[in-house]
Design a protein around this ligand. Sequence first.
Ligand code: OGA
Ligand code: MN
Length: 298
Amino acid sequence: MDNPAMPVITRQIGPCFAAEVEGVDMTKPLSPDDVAAIHAGMDMYAVLVFHDQRIDDEQQLAFSRSLGELEHAIGTSLRAPEEYRLPTTFADVSNLDKDHKVFARDDRRRLFAIGNRLWHSDSSFKPIPAKYSLLHARSIPSKGGNTEFADMRAAYDAFDDGTKAEVEDLICEHSQLFSRQQLGFTDFTDEERARFEPVRQRLVRTHPATGRKSLYLSSHAGGILGWPVPEARAFLRDLVEHATQRQFVYTHTWRVGDLVMWDNRRTMHRARPFPAHEPRDMRRTTLAGDQPTVTQVA
Ligand code: OGA
Ligand code: MN
């Protein structure tokens, strides 16, 4: 009653990761024990699903902040600051403009956001990439619009020793220019090209809490230091193909009120298509990472 139940992991729902959580009400503050249980659940499962969370922006922010420091979304989309629908403490993953109207099919901001349909890890294009993402469903389309998650630990573990040795010390270049180029979206302004300057990330990361290695891949990866570009891209494509085999993937079918939290350091995810004229209001808060991956020993 006034001593609410601790969060409990009720059920693993993915093939090798991802679980549902019960006993969390995000309209109320978390106790230190709740916070510890959620982090322990993230360390174990990498993706946690919380159902029936009827929360507003302030409550999503409060829940997120109780787990760590927020990453802000400034200049990461093609929305100009005066076109933001949400404060910069949110990544606006919806297909809605400032007036909550669905973007026209050929709207540049919509086409850029279609990049989310490629397998990626959030903010891998930033020098210090994101830790956790927390995505809350406010409204969903009548069909489609699932989100898929891939376990990059299991993908790494499945490599033979030769492949593990080959990828161990590789450094990739990540930029939103590379992910959009794959979709044929190339009409960037000079200002956007400068803003989306590539950053470096290790290809193999070691998780600080579990010590497990994982692949750090993303659609934003467009080169490997010291490699010719076509060879690097073909190799990265093979790695993504390996890492996203069905036995490594959990598919989330959304209900309004779901909040899904994932660890970007050892998962990838992608959005699936849905009818273009229907609203899909998804709001993401993001927890900041604490160091660049290139100075981290794999
Ligand atoms: C995200 C994202 C996928 C989706 O929020 O970072 O990629 O299905 N979302 O909206
Ligand atoms: Mn994403």
